[in-house]
Design a binder for this molecule. Sequence first.
Ligand code: SDX
Length: 425
Amino acid sequence: MNKTVTLTYEGKQIELPVVTGSEGEEAIDISRLRAETGLITLDPGYVNTGSCLSAITFMNGEKGILRYRGIPVEQLAEHSSFKETAYLLINGHLPNRDELTQFSVMLNDHSLVHTDMKAFYQNYPRASHPMGILSSMVNALRSFYPALDTEEQIDIAMTRLLAKVRTMAAMSYKISRGHELVLPRPDLTFCENFLNMMFDTPVTPYEIKREVVNALRVFWILHADHEQNCSTSSVRMVGSARVNLYAAISSGIAALWGPLHGGANQAVIEMLTEIQTGGGGYKKAIERAKDKKDPFRLMGFGHRVYKTYDPRAKIMKKTCDELLESLRLEDPLLDVAKKLEETALSDQYFIDHNLYPNVDFYSGIVLRAIGIPTNMFTVMFALGRLPGWIAQWKESKDDPNWKIARPRQIYNGETEYAYVPIHAR
Ligand code: SDX
């Protein structure tokens, strides 16, 4: 049955179609609104606005559901490799054995970075944030690999990006420390390779531990996609101008850098450290978070969509406990985080505002246990989100109804008045 809504305005009525998704979500299709009424909608932050139809990720914020191409994230975190999840997001189905083998070969074949890029890193200002470096370097890939005209070239570019960005991130870390680069190895898995490229040195060969590789695999799967969040919407918006894949992904990296978005995982650790080192304790942090006069926010808490516990945060917390136990590591920040969570979840303000831990609340403690430096936490988020960005860019590129994104506005500035010569001002 075709549902509609009726809009009555200044004595006129129009019927607008209601679009229903495969999970029963409903939206008013306002494509004809301005042509038939002269009205547009106004929705700061797009809180109530859908930008597209998408078959990639389904979230239900009230029930805490997250599925990639229909598969619950809990099952992927339990059983899937990160490579399989990346393939699933981009291609719409889990790979069979041959498809996975071919994907692995292509990832290995494209995992080296052009030697000329090393100079870019070496001449980048030393104090630069790794997210700024990553966004620049991903954009620079277009200069090395300009072939993006045919579907086959684009397919290769998508796999190339997955393979190279992981190497570029490790390369950035090694160069920042003045260490020799470690090249990717075809005998290692995707996650093992990253860890080895990051931490292997001629003096102390890196010991690849199963529990560390597993924690990284889960971390990246949990971050792999999240429908139309700020950075993914940036990739789609920039991509809608038919710019190349690298530039579109570079815009997503820039958006993810923000402390309200992917930068929150770094901000959480900074917040927990401040609380732990005498910043007034976790009770003071809770009071500050509730004080409207105080700009302080409880980082890692709250979400635009989830109005219950972020399903990824549950898995991240479990992974955190298991990793620290298996490595026999004590992290005082974990105790602070758990006390903060316990206090917040029983505080009326947090209950009334539906504020729960999100994916960033425990993820930083997992990354610390792996040995990732704090200023690379958001880079780790970007590496995980890359297959999601690529899948979303591809879906919008292939959408026959897609057009360049160009929102409207309501102007509330000066009404017309004449130019005033300088002597009369
Ligand atoms: C990510 O969108 C995605 O899917 C993102 C992400 C992904 O995978 O791509 O999930 C990744 O970005 C997770 C979020 C990481 N950011 C943080 O942890 C930063 C702290 N969180 C907040 O800044 C906030 O909760 C946001 C940004 C996450 C969501 O903000 P919204 O939806 O715009 O909500 P809001 O700012 O309008 O807040 C609503 C109310 C306000 O109070 P009132 O004025 O209504 O009384 O809730 C309060 C806010 O003050 N509030 C908080 C709070 N978050 C919201 N108060 C204290 N601490 C917080 N963390």
